[in-house]
Design a protein around this ligand. Structure first.
Ligand code: F0G
Length: 416
């Protein structure tokens, strides 16, 4: 039977129980399915005929059959062959899974459609999260769609404007906590513990992870039912890399793919506790007290799902790497200018990481690599404007415009 299970002591909880941490040992939970049951379920339905989306995989989601889903059509994002970027970086088989194509512009929608559906199924009327921006934007939208109350706690002055505007316009109660994301998350956890009517939708909520695992399923389906050699993911609170790995393992266990990819996590130099743990082969993370990076989405010092992420990287024989802000911004520009894909800085960390790992000889020229770009570039227009060529101001006259474009050469001037 499908249930929630502690990742450490394996204590089991029902899927209709509101519990975020194991009541016995305090560790985080994950949703577990009975494999035989799942096999029977998927062989008895025509799921392959539905369009690519999170709910194509409804049979693999821990939501009751009769529940009405809260959806804005999430998932089904493009897997773009990136030939020009690949040859620039020295890779023949590069793909970009562009999660900015989701309804609110980030991969969070995959988790929120399932998480908010679960919230409604459980009878919750008020949902909450802490966020560096995208989670709050997504939760606010899905709560609006469901007609329930939403509260978000964000670090003050440190989230990108596009994301803030989304949470505000969708009508969430927005609290800017004078502190960083990790502090905001601590308050949210305490609030959900103390006030049982408030349902928590940060990525420690295993139902959100269930929605996000569809990212792993989709990549394989888009590659004709094959996993790539490697998937590169920017890592913040570490829910997404864990979710993708969960999805891939499920597809593998169901016999839908024949091999598993190497999971590769990328963090910004100023907030890289998971990379540190992987590189030092440590069984614990050392939280970063004052995380810093231009990639505000992944400015996180104490990732709550670190254990799952470290496990995903080790189990898959993958790796983790840090990238500097400069490398992130250069990669953002490169992707925008040679592939036409505009992503926010955190997303570009996956490209920057790829570049570094190719140069170090860790990623080989013939590997089939998928970089996940997690959020749309319009989320953070300020950073994009700051690092681009400024518009040229011209008089409203043809000659001035031609001059600015370098079209007024000697011949055209003589011809006048
Ligand atoms: N990329 C983007 C654009 C994000 O918004 C996030 C996380 C990540 C990558 C990292 O994903 O946390 O699952 O490892 N943003 C969260 C938020 C923390 O609040 O929006 P993760």
């Amino acid at each position: 039977m499908v249930h929630q299970e502690c990742i450490k002591c394996k204590t089991s909880y029902g899927i209709d129980e509101i519990v975020y941490f194991c009541k016995k040992c305090g560790d985080i939970l994950e949703v577990k399915f009975d494999q035989k049951e799942l096999l029977e379920k998927i062989s008895g339905t025509d799921w392959k005929t539905s369009p690519l989306s999170v709910w194509r995989y409804r049979d693999l989601m821990p939501i009751h059959e009769t529940t009405k889903v809260v959806t804005l059509n999430e998932g089904g994002t493009g897997l773009h062959r990136a030939q020009r970027l690949g040859s620039e970086l020295g890779l023949s088989n590069l793909y970009i899974k562009n999660e900015g194509e989701n309804p609110t512009g980030s991969f969070k929608d995959r988790g929120m459609t399932v998480g908010v559906t679960k919230a409604v199924e459980l009878g919750a009327r008020h949902v909450i999260c802490a966020s560096t921006g995208n989670t709050s934007a997504s939760l606010a939208a899905y709560a609006a769609r469901a007609g329930i109350k939403c509260t978000v706690l964000i670090p003050s002055g440190k989230i990108a404007y596009g994301k803030l505007s989304q949470a505000m316009i969708h009508g969430a109660k927005v609290l800017q906590v004078k502190g960083n994301f990790d502090e905001a998350l601590e308050f949210v956890l305490k609030l959900a513990e103390k006030h049982k009517t408030i349902y928590l939708l940060n990525s420690i909520n295993p139902f959100r992870i269930e929605g996000q695992k569809s990212l792993g399923y989709e990549i394989c389906e888009q590659l004709n039912n094959e996993a790539p050699d490697r998937i590169i993911v920017p890592v913040g609170n570490a829910g997404n890399i864990s979710a993708i790995w969960k999805g891939l393992k499920e597809f593998y266990q169901l016999g839908l793919i024949k091999k598993l990819p190497k999971m590769t996590g990328i963090q910004a130099v100023g907030s890289a506790p998971i990379v540190q743990a992987i590189k030092t082969d440590c069984d614990k993370i050392i939280p970063v007290e004052n995380p810093e990076t231009v990639a505000t989405a992944i400015r996180i010092g104490a990732p709550v799902s670190w254990k799952k992420a470290v496990n995903a990287i080790r189990e898959s024989h993958g790796t983790a790497e840090t990238v500097t802000d400069e490398e992130i911004l250069n990669s953002q520009k490169l992707l925008a200018q040679i592939e036409g894909i505009f992503v926010e800085p955190a997303s570009a960390a996956s490209i920057a990481g790829l570049n570094k790992l190719i140069k170090r000889g860790i990623i080989l020229e013939d590997e089939r690599v998928v970089c996940v770009t997690t959020g749309h570039g319009l989320k953070d227009p300020d950073t994009a404007v700051k690092m681009s060529e400024k518009p040229i101001e011209v008089d409203a006259e043809m000659t001035a415009i031609e001059e600015a474009l370098g079209l007024r050469n000697k011949v055209s001037i003589l011809a006048q």
